[in-house]
Write a protein that binds this ligand. Structure first.
Ligand code: TXA
Ligand code: MG
Length: 314
């Protein structure tokens, strides 16, 4: 398949409306979209990514009004979160409508819904005839792409169209809150922090990551994720010297240790989030064997960074 690269949201939407797969930028990471109401089109996403079929997709809407096309029984907590954070980097798990194909929700009775704030994404979604099912636009298991070149690297020739935009400003995937449970559960941390969510919904709990034998609340949690080829080594405090032979890299907020082949000192947590997945990708391209990652404090977006690092370390 020939992958068309375009800057035009309307042209990208024409492809999607023909039942094809289209990658597009969002403020979190790039997504790989298909018409959520067309099961054959959605099957194309799973094929292109090599994604396991039991891992459900997030459905993207152009405005909160569109939520009722895919979800129902929206409670008070969900309403408050929608009012405050849609459009934005937040996904809400809601009860799905029967008309939403099972392939999107991987057979679950629920659906994750998100309304991106990114201007190009918003324009693209407005030109799509229906809500758009979209996981991150990477080959399954790799770090999510935060720029169009990475999408092209992973998916060129496997998708119909790539809407080219600026690099993602947040760099980590959306916060996911399950609003179908009592109390609501934080399934994945993101730029909208637990502290901020609790200002609107004080009783939100953090989901315990899936234990053996239990059905994971977020099916994606059981898969290896965000992983570069290099080994990830987590460090709690600043290092003076790299305790290993090169080629090894370091990323964090402190002064970089001596002896690193490559290092990236981030000014703050937002920059750490924005550059992390790109750093993983560059390290792989440069043949780095080990990446030392400084764990940030578990507050604000620091919680989301820690979550990704712990998963990437396996
Ligand atoms: O920021 C984002 O959320 C990006 C952009 C493209 O919107 N999308 C994204 O999608 O990260 P994906 O598929 O890479 O991650 C979605 C996660 C998976 O772990 C999946 O298992 C979980 O959301 N998920 C989707 N639907 C769910 C549901 N109904 N219940 C629980 N978890 C769900
Ligand atoms: Mg993903």
């Amino acid at each position: 398949m020939q992958t068309l690269v375009t800057d035009q949201p309307e042209e990208a939407a024409r492809h999607l409306n023909r039942g094809e797969t289209v990658a597009f930028p969002t403020e979190t990471v790039y997504g790989l979209g298909a018409d959520a109401l067309d099961p054959d089109a959605v099957a194309g996403i799973f094929r292109a990514k090599g994604r396991p079929s039991d891992n459900p997709l997030i459905v993207h809407v152009s405005s909160p009004d569109q939520i009722s096309e895919v979800a129902q029984e929206i409670g008070d907590d969900a309403r408050r979160l929608i009012e405050r954070y849609f459009p934005g980097p937040l996904t809400l798990v809601l009860n799905k409508r029967d008309t939403l194909p099972d392939i999107v929700s991987a057979g679950l009775p629920t659906v994750g819904v998100r309304c991106p704030a990114h201007p190009q994404a918003a324009e693209f979604l407005r030109h799509c005839n229906h809500p758009v099912a979209a996981p991150s636009a990477n080959v399954s298991g790799r770090p999510s792409p935060t720029d169009w070149q990475t999408v092209e690297h992973d998916l060129d020739g496997r998708i119909a169209c790539l809407l080219r935009g600026e690099p993602s400003t947040i760099g980590l995937e959306s916060t996911i809150v399950d609003c179908t449970t009592e109390p609501p559960l934080l399934l994945r941390s993101g730029a909208i922090s637990l502290e901020a969510l609790r200002e609107l919904v004080p009783d939100i709990e953090v989901a315990t990551s899936c234990r053996k034998g239990e059905t994971p609340k977020s099916p994606g949690q059981k898969y290896r994720h965000y992983s570069p080829e290099a080994e990830i080594i987590l460090v709690e405090t600043s290092l003076k010297n790299l305790p290993t032979q090169p080629p090894a890299a370091w990323i964090g907020l402190s002064t970089p240790p001596a002896g690193a082949t490559k290092s990236l000192q981030c000014r703050d947590l937002n920059e750490y989030a924005r550059v992390l997945f790109g750093f993983f990708r560059t390290c792989d391209a440069e043949g780095i064997r080990e990446i030392y990652c400084e764990l940030p404090r578990e507050e604000g977006i620091g919680r989301a960074i820690r979550e990704r690092l712990v998963k990437a370390a396996g």
